[in-house]
Design a protein around this ligand. Sequence first.
Ligand SMILES: [Zn+2]
Length: 59
Amino acid sequence: MVDDPVRRCVVCRTALEGERFSRTSFCSERCRKIDLGRWLNEEYRIREEGDAWAEQEEE
Ligand SMILES: [Zn+2]
């Protein structure tokens, strides 16, 4: 948990003030998609590193 009382968009750090942001961590649909894209990229990256490790162990 974060001490900052102001919730912020996890992508662009815009303050999420007001009821309309009570159920979202993003200031806009655009930022939501950006964050989703980051997650997917991270997953691919980890998977690639995992494959590299597996290949090294086989040698
Ligand atoms: Zn944002």
